[in-house]
Ligand binder design. Structure first.
Ligand SMILES: Cc1cc2nc3c(=O)[nH]c(=O)nc-3n(C[C@H](O)[C@H](O)[C@H](O)COP(=O)(O)OP(=O)(O)OC[C@H]3O[C@@H](n4cnc5c(N)ncnc54)[C@H](O)[C@@H]3O)c2cc1C
Length: 430
């Protein structure tokens, strides 16, 4: 069976469902020629378009997305904007590189905040910091490595024991935690919608217009969509791991689905039981662990569970998410999830991005998922500069380059074995 060239989700994104419907959605219905086509209107694609318009203001820029703004993973995520890259195996030899990464990440974060401010984007952006908390041995070990990294990098943090975590967050589930101020929270669907709306009007954006194929022409690229085509000198793939299903990055990218659910607005009494802070977020210490967030408007969000290349039945996953939420917050035993949804991410074997010129005139930035909102913003912007001949920091030297993965069926078998072992080791954090 031919692989889908774009994600087709079972359910609407819960964050997007909380926003008013839009009446300005435009899709591609003709054949268009332009200077550059950007495939994907997520953080990477929007940042690339914005920067391209600054660097080459006379170029005709077209962005296409297979879904509508807020319905891609840029709207489906948990809304943690991390402005520090953390390496669990960091030693002092790696510190200068990591500091350089974090300087760039900090600049991307500032750019994003400036955009939100300048365009008055109503997306509940707030600098809250974030907690990382551990319930079992694997989590505690990971927390120790995180602490070591923060010390090495001379970054501020606060340590919390079970009782302090309970006071702050209303859960006695975790043994220990660390608070870092280097994170902001946002309503992600509102953010990506707002960023797209703030693009210069010269940039054309077509939604519900999936790229079905990507072909080389004599002097550029041709992209076919269901009701029109695009011919351009240059093209950018900003559609994360689905780029592989358009023929680019297949040996380095895998689509991994993860899931989120959000409650209704909780009663004042329940909110009182959820600690002393109005808004907070807990990230897992183990990479297969679960994320929790108390939102600005008084809901709880849970993000958990992973699936290989295929979306699972959202109703079944919703039950799993609810169990994980109630295990942490037994006071919510009567509360259901108002919505549950999945989102596609792009896994690379070594966690490094696939970034740079893939073929003449064809540029790619995909596979950035841990902290992908800010990394996508940074990498998209740098890609636009590089594609226009500008000198940029070397993303691959700083953040690494996506490594090779074996083909199917070995890849899937490898994923199942490794994730099975990790799931067992990190079971207390899931
Ligand atoms: C549930 C969940 C929680 C997450 N939580 C966080 C978090 O808290 N913080 C964080 O930093 N990251 C988080 N992430 C990861 C984050 O969402 C991604 O790293 C980020 O969205 C990557 O941005 P992107 O623009 O590169 O890709 P995407 O956001 O995936 O955007 C790619 C776009 O391309 C479109 N597309 C795909 N194929 C085609 C095609 N053939 N033609 C046209 N368009 C196409 C898609 O519709 C999509 O809109 C989470 C992800 C999920 C799923």
């Amino acid at each position: 069976m031919a692989q889908l060239t774009y994600p087709q989700y079972e359910r609407q994104c819960g964050w997007n469902a909380l926003l008013p419907p839009r009446d300005d959605v435009r899709s591609l219905t003709t054949d268009v020629e332009c200077d550059v086509v950007i495939i994907g209107a997520g953080y990477t694609g929007i940042a690339a378009a914005r920067r391209w318009a600054e660097v080459a203001p006379d170029d005709e820029i077209v962005i296409i997305d297979s879904s509508q703004l807020g319905e891609g993973s840029s709207g489906r995520n948990s809304g943690f904007l991390l402005d520090v890259v953390f390496a669990s195996d960091a030693d002092s030899a790696q510190l200068p590189r990591l500091m350089e990464c974090n300087q760039l990440i900090g600049m991307a974060m500032k750019d994003l905040c400036d955009s939100v401010h300048d365009a008055a984007i109503d997306c509940d952006l707030e600098r809250t910091g974030t907690y990382r908390a551990a319930a079992g041995n694997a989590g505690l070990q990971a927390l120790r490595r995180y602490r070591e990294f923060l010390q090495l990098a001379d970054l501020p943090y606060e340590e919390l024991d079970r009782q302090a975590l309970q006071e702050k967050l209303g859960t006695a589930f975790y043994k220990e935690g660390i608070y870092s101020p280097h994170c902001s929270m946002v309503q992600p669907a509102a953010l990506i919608r707002g960023l797209a709306a703030a693009l210069p009007t010269s940039i054309a954006l077509f939604e519900d217009s999936p790229a079905l194929s990507l072909d080389r022409t004599i002097d550029g690229w041709k992209i076919r969509t269901p009701n029109g085509s695009l011919t351009s000198r240059k093209a950018i793939l900003a559609n994360n791991a689905f780029s592989k299903n358009l023929g680019i990055g297949g040996s380095r990218l895998t689509v991994i689905y993860t899931y989120a659910g959000i409650t209704e607005v909780l009663s004042d009494k329940l909110l009182e039981s959820l600690g002393s802070e109005n808004q907070w977020g807990i990230l897992p210490t183990h990479r297969l662990g679960s994320t929790f967030r108390r939102t600005h408007d008084g809901r709880l969000l849970v993000r958990s569970h992973y699936g290989y290349e295929r979306e699972s039945d959202n109703a079944k996953i919703g039950e799993i998410l609810l169990q994980r939420l109630r295990a942490r917050f037994p006071q919510l035993k009567q509360i259901e999830l108002q919505s549950v949804w999945s989102g596609a991410t792009g896994l690379t074997f070594n966690g490094a991005p696939l970034w740079g010129e893939a073929k003449p005139g064809l540029w790619i930035s995909s596979g950035c998922n841990g902290g992908g909102v800010i990394k996508g913003t940074l990498f998209g912007s740098l890609l636009a500069e590089r594609a226009n001949g500008r000198d940029t920091p070397d993303v691959n030297a700083l953040f690494g380059a996506a490594s090779w993965m074996p083909p199917e069926p070995l890849r899937k078998i490898g994923f199942k074995i490794v994730s099975g072992i990790e799931k067992y080791q990190g079971r207390a954090e899931i």
